[in-house]
Design a protein around this ligand. Structure first.
Ligand code: FNR
Length: 201
């Protein structure tokens, strides 16, 4: 995505009361379709949300229970970013029918120490992009399961970005209206769910 009008990492939108949504891509690939999907979601989202991408997945070390009480700075930053966000929007690739290891590893860090998970009650929406016709559907299902197990509050909606290698135009936005609408509706449903959660805590 070289000549794009979309934000490289963040899309800070003005507006009092805007929900802070942290976008997490499960891919480390520079030209990742999942990262592209999140950037498109940020560009298409309404002013009621401020969608920022977290781009430090590669800095997270392998999880060990020995280190969970005193993790690296990168893990502290991940936990802080999740804590400060009102909600998460995660776009996952599918590797061998499930979640990429580094994404699962980061969520394991976020879920510990026991009783101190920064994911507890956190509203989350999951989408996935793949060049296949299935759009990472299995990985999305597994990711929602992992999120529920770690105490987060994922919405049931899924968004399969199939044929992701041809889904986005040179401007970084989805070529098809259906995908543009899907991204907008997913963020909108996440925002509604987040407001419900925030009003009930
Ligand atoms: C894949 N890919 C893949 N795709 C899919 O739809 N189902 C799968 O099970 C797998 N398995 C798989 C395993 C491994 C190890 C790799 C590296 C890739 C293809 C994958 O969807 C493709 O590489 C995407 O482009 C990865 O997402 P990003 O990096 O574009 O966001």
């Amino acid at each position: 995505m070289s000549s794009t009008a979309l934000p490289a990492e963040t899309d800070v939108r003005p507006g009092d009361g805007a929900l802070r949504i942290l976008g997490l891509s499960g891919s480390l690939r520079a030209e990742s379709f999942n990262t592209q999907a999140l950037r498109a979601a940020a560009a298409l989202a309404g002013p009621e949300v401020r969608l920022e991408l977290w781009t430090d997945l590669a800095t997270i070390p392998p999880f060990s229970e020995d280190d969970e009480a005193e993790p690296t700075e990168a893990v502290h930053r991940l936990r802080a970013a999740i804590t400060e966000a009102d909600a998460l929007l995660i776009s996952t690739p599918e590797y061998n029918g499930s979640i990429p290891g580094q994404l699962k590893n980061a969520l394991d860090w976020a879920s510990r120490p026991y009783g101190e998970s920064v994911l507890t009650g956190k509203p989350v929406a999951v989408l996935g992009a793949s060049p296949s016709q299935y759009g990472a559907a299995w990985a999305q299902g597994d990711l929602r399961k992992v999120l529920r197990a770690s105490g987060a509050s994922p919405i049931d909606r899924e968004l399969c970005v199939a044929h992701a290698d041809t889904a986005f135009g040179p401007d970084g936005l989805p070529k098809e209206a259906e995908l543009r609408t899907g991204l907008v509706e997913m963020v909108s449903e996440l925002a509604a769910h987040t407001r419900t959660v925030l009003n009930t805590v």
